[in-house]
Design a protein around this ligand. Structure first.
Ligand code: ADP
Ligand code: MG
Length: 291
């Protein structure tokens, strides 16, 4: 009798597990796609003036992750966002390509609410190097030239060189034809990050969003990639989240975030003389006013 009884009890346990899984699957299936193109979306063929955040608040669930955030970034400027982990920096960047929409307030490009612009036009303008580099199960070339129907190998090579990725690519079996595996799992963290930087360089977009773009690199490749990033940021409009403050000292505006709110903003010089939150971060990283 013992064996069948054990069988029944383990079957019951499995059923309970299956039930939980089914609930989770249903949760995803019933969820509406939240971001939709408005039926009368306007096209946006260029970006000429500014990006604006107007009293933007956002929550994933109950708690507000961004609270009443307002700032303007003029075309050609670099804005740096600093703040403790969990303060909402990545969330803020995610709102620009409309991975989420604000719960309150609005974001504009050249004065036009993002929600009224064709989403493809917005994304066309933007290059992203995210905190977790998003690679696809495809070749190096396809990952770098992502979105381009006719990948240009010469341009991919230049991008890879500038992103300090060319050397390791040429050591892979098949080089630019090497398949990176599911989510890029056949590459190291630093290699994945350099591929996503190369992707941004290949696209050469008007607007760059860099979220701790060099955080997975060792000090030497970080220095080299930072030089390359400085080069592509020239003449572009960039929003940069930096873990190393020495890389953002020259930003036009530094915005300091705390629990989803802007607590300080200004140039490095302004904020250092204020001796507030930013000055404290700098002190922790051994950065003085003269840097
Ligand atoms: P930062 O980039 O400054 O570290 P994030 O924007 O990643 O901050 O996160 C801000 C807050 O939002 C954190 O409390 C985090 O746990 C929460 N959060 C981030 N992403 C999600 C998500 N997809 N769903 C629910 N909560 C999230
Ligand atoms: Mg983040």
């Amino acid at each position: 009798m013992l064996r069948p009884i054990q069988g029944i009890s383990s079957a019951l346990a499995n059923l309970a597990k299956a039930r939980v899984s089914l609930d989770r699957i249903n949760e995803i299936l019933v969820q509406d796609e939240v971001i939709k193109n408005s039926p009368d979306a306007v096209t946006l063929s260029s970006f000429t003036d500014s990006i604006g955040f107007e009293n933007v608040s956002f929550s994933y669930k109950a708690d507000l992750v961004l609270k009443n955030v307002s700032f303007t970034i003029k075309k050609g400027q670099t804005i740096a966002i600093v703040g403790e982990s969990g303060s909402g920096k990545s969330t803020l960047l995610d709102l620009i390509p409309r991975f989420h929409d604000p719960s309150n307030g609005k974001i504009t490009i050249d004065g036009i609410d993002l929600r009224t612009i064709d989403i493809n036009d917005i994304r066309e303008l933007i290059g992203i190097v995210a905190q977790d580099s998003l690679l696809f199960n495809a070749t190096i070339l396809e990952n770098i030239a992502f979105g381009d129907e006719t990948p240009d190998i010469k341009r991919a090579i230049t991008a890879a060189k500038n992103a300090n990725a060319y050397d390791f690519i040429t050591h892979l079996d098949g080089e630019f034809e090497y398949n990176v595996g599911d989510r890029g799992n056949k590459l190291s963290g630093g290699q994945k990050q350099r591929i996503s930087i190369a992707r941004a360089m290949y696209k050469n977009p008007e607007i760059l969003l860099l979220d701790e773009a060099t955080s997975a690199l060792d000090t030497e490749s970080e220095r080299q990639v930072q030089l390359a990033l400085d080069a592509i940021m020239k003449g572009k409009t960039s929003i940069v989240v930096a873990h190393r403050l020495s890389t953002i000292i020259n930003a036009d505006i530094i915005i300091v975030f705390k629990k989803g709110e802007i607590v300080e903003s200004g140039s490095h010089h302004d904020l250092m003389s204020k001796k507030g939150e930013y000055a404290r971060f700098c002190q922790l990283q051994g950065i003085g006013l003269e840097n």
